[in-house]
Ligand binder design. Sequence first.
Ligand SMILES: Nc1nc2c(ncn2[C@@H]2O[C@H](COP(=O)(O)OP(=O)(O)OP(=O)(O)O)[C@@H](O)[C@H]2O)c(=O)[nH]1
Length: 581
Amino acid sequence: MRFAAVVVGFVASILLTFPSLADVSSLLDRADKIRSSDFSGFEALITEIEQSDETLTPQQMHLYNLLKGYQLTFTGKVDEAIALYQSIENSNASDTFKLRALSSLVNNYAVKRDFYLGAKAINRLFDLREKVQDETALESSYLVVAIFYNQAQQFSLGLNVAKQLLERDVSNRTQCFARHVKVEAEFELVKILSDYQYAKQSIEFCKKHNEVLVASIIIATMAESLTNEGRITESLNLLQDAEKDTLASQYPPIIGVFYALIGKNYLLLDQPDLAKSYGLKAYNTIQNFGMSIALVKSLEVLYKATEAQGDYPQTISYLKLYNEAEKAYLDDKKTRSLSFQQAKYEKIEKDNTIVILDKQNALLRTQAELADEQSRNNRLALTLAITLLILLFLWLYRSRKIQTKLRKLAETDELTGISNRHYFNDRAQRIIEQAQQQKQPVSFVLFDLDHFKKVNDTYGHQTGDWALRKSVLEAKTVCRSIDLIGRMGGEEFGIILPGCSVDEAVKVAEICRVAIERIDTGETEHKFKITASFGVSDASLCGYSLERLFAGADTALYDSKENGRNRVYRYNTSKPSLTPT
Ligand SMILES: Nc1nc2c(ncn2[C@@H]2O[C@H](COP(=O)(O)OP(=O)(O)OP(=O)(O)O)[C@@H](O)[C@H]2O)c(=O)[nH]1
């Protein structure tokens, strides 16, 4: 309690006046610098800022709010200060500003003795500290936490943070305060200091850097430790040497402790009168300051001194007051510790919940990743299957094409593009069978180019090939789609005409003969005549047999050749069916 107020309230008494400053920004910076060393100057600057016409930027507004909060705390408006700091914490201020606000919040909760909310603010402060680089804000946050821990009776924690702070390159003021926290924590843990040398150095350090009040507090701690060890005279000397400085601080809680400790030492030296006078000094200093350890100590000295003096009525009244003050003090101590523990366990519970949630999230993430992986695998498998299918399809298509090509090659006469004899026979056989089943007529025309050897011999083999292709083309033009034309070999061709009687077939043959006869050979650059001789048979004459139809047509063709060529003969007659035009 005594120290929380010191942190926010200790100021130098020198009042500085400032010349009118150029802009709000420099006013804010100056106010920030002098706030703990010159409170009056600081307040003057705050008033100047408030009266300025300048509009504050958001950053300047955050700094102004921080400083305003400091002013509110110092003037006892702790609740208002807390509300302001909370608004900074929840604003869009930078992390450094937020850390400063949180440090001040912790400090204000300590002043308010609300150790539960203070401990909760410390948890938020720890989270934020990771993100802040500003050394001054960090240093100040460590110091506030260290002091808060001691206030909350968590001396091991206070000692730890003070040690961390002393390892850093901190300001002299912070070092002095951290040294005090360390000495106090060590003392409170075992009630006897182990290192008086360190305590002495700390007193000297703080005095050297004008932190006289903090030096007095360390002196009080050291003196109490000496008293506890039975080193009464040393304790008394230490306290009396520092009495003047301590009185100059005008800070009742520490003056009260000093007097009470001197009184206690006199008690132990069997000097109850002196003990009582210091006990009274202590009591008078502290009695209106509220509950404090100084009050408890002063009443203890008073009831023991009056008891030693034999003034029992006084002893009873002091003892009554002592019991009340001690009970209140112990209750307060217990409450501080419990409040802190409650916040601590709530944090542990929250952290555990976060750990569980994190684990659940990790599990969900793993499941999602697995599902993702599975769907990726499925997609991959599908793509692979589709690719394989496409490849298979392409392969089938290609092999089908090759097969078709091969089959075509096997079925087709290369030179003319019509069916070769083998394929012609196959298909003709089926057409004839079908005609027989349907009792339909079917005819067969066989034709052979005349004196073709002479064409080859006279105009060359290539011209002969041309004549063969051209004759076939002409023959095809007279054929219907259901007719089948094929090359029987050399310059001999056959046509199967399903549904045609021999008379109709003779007419078709005649048209074909005329068409071949009319071929213009000009494009070969040779002028010659192409003619062909025809023999026609049909199923009514030869029966439904390819062999017999062929033989019949061949006989007629022979007759045609024998009787002058370039004519159409039908089987079984001795005269030509039609004469050449
Ligand atoms: N240019 C060419 N000539 C062929 C082809 N196949 C057969 N020949 C020729 O056709 C000619 C057939 O001659 P021949 O059997 O004596 O019959 P022709 O000369 O037509 O006499 P006739 O049939 O009695 O009118 C031969 O000279 C063969 O070499 C071919 O694919 N191309």
